[in-house]
Design a binder for this molecule. Structure first.
Ligand SMILES: [Ca+2]
Length: 316
């Protein structure tokens, strides 16, 4: 069993990945931590509690960061045109959910849970990396106690999605992402190189919902606004970004990867760009030297990933 803490900003594609993690028989979802990104942290936390209640997910929810790790960074607007004003595609969601939050802030929850399960926890982080960076700052030794960190974020040999060179999760807190990528733990980076070519059509999702239970029908409903948004880039479907990271946990063979030190550009016109120095390539001394070699996905068997998502959703 893979013990997973899911760090998330639900978020429509976050919701799909959450249901995948909850339903996959080889995954033990032991915690959900929230972060700002697709909406404010108040909204993403409310959404996590809403999905926990609707989908009867036992894992505790801990509320996380509301601002970037470098507080001097200016706030940006929430991407309401992508995820809706409420972060869940403008479906009806109660203002408050009558479920308790874990009393600890997300980064403290991560530290405590990692220390209670040394060598076992897989962090699946699909929002801004702020909570992970805060956990590392408060307790750097956890880097040696985590099994691995699988992140959805970045782009290496394809364009970005919030600037020509940057992807949203990284661009939303570049300093935090650079801390996470350069820490002495194993990071697997699932970026736009693979997530932007892994799409689920509206009809495929609809057919899944028709066969599935109420949970899958809710997922179908909350995804419609997001699919409408993606109509400029995808033929009546959606990029399933965050689910690709969740799938990697159980099916890494569906991905091709390269290794090397990864840095994140902080500031300037390339703010939030992720750059790998591939292992074996020689350069003059530079800012990638002496850093841990991380794993970067450059290829994916998209249809098999999509089918695995469907098959897992229909296991209920
Ligand atoms: Ca997300």
């Amino acid at each position: 069993m893979h013990k997973v803490i899911y760090d998330t900003d639900p978020g429509v594609d976050d919701a799909m990945a959450l249901l995948f993690l909850h339903r996959h028989p080889e995954i033990d979802l032991i915690g959900i931590t929230t972060v700002f990104g697709n909406a404010s942290v108040e909204t993403t936390t409310r959404n996590a509690l809403f999905l926990k209640r609707e989908w009867e997910i036992p894992a505790p929810v801990a509320k996380g960061a509301s601002v970037t790790i470098d507080a001097a960074r200016a706030e940006r607007e929430w991407p309401a045109m992508v995820h809706g004003d409420n972060g869940l595609g403008n479906i009806e969601v109660p203002h408050t959910i009558d479920l308790p939050l874990d009393p600890r802030p997300a980064h403290r929850f991560i530290i405590d849970t990692v220390r209670a399960n040394p060598g076992e926890v897989r962090l699946v982080a699909v929002g801004r990396m702020t909570n992970l960076a805060m956990a590392l700052k408060e307790d750097p030794q956890i880097a040696g106690l985590v099994k691995d960190v699988v992140v959805m974020g970045g782009n290496f040999y394809v364009p970005g999605n919030v600037s020509p060179v940057a992807e949203a999760n990284i661009h939303g807190d570049p300093e935090a992402a650079d801390i996470v990528m350069t820490a002495p733990w194993k990071v697997v980076v699932i970026g736009l190189d693979v997530t932007s070519i892994t799409t689920m059509s509206r009809s495929y999702l609809g057919a899944m919902a028709a066969r599935g239970d109420a949970a899958v029908k809710l997922l179908d409903g909350l995804s419609q606004h997001y699919i409408d948004f993606y109509s400029h880039a995808v033929e009546d479907g959606m990029m399933v970004h965050d689910s690709c990271a969740a799938v990697y946990v159980v099916a890494p063979a569906l991905f091709t990867t390269i290794t090397g030190a990864v840095r994140v550009v902080c500031g300037g016109i390339a703010d939030g760009q992720t750059v790998i120095k591939p292992d074996g390539r020689r350069f003059p001394p530079g800012d990638w030297d002496g850093l841990p070699s991380q794993i970067v996905a450059t290829g994916i068997e998209s249809q098999r990933v999509i089918d695995l998502i469907r098959d897992t959703m229909l296991r209920a």
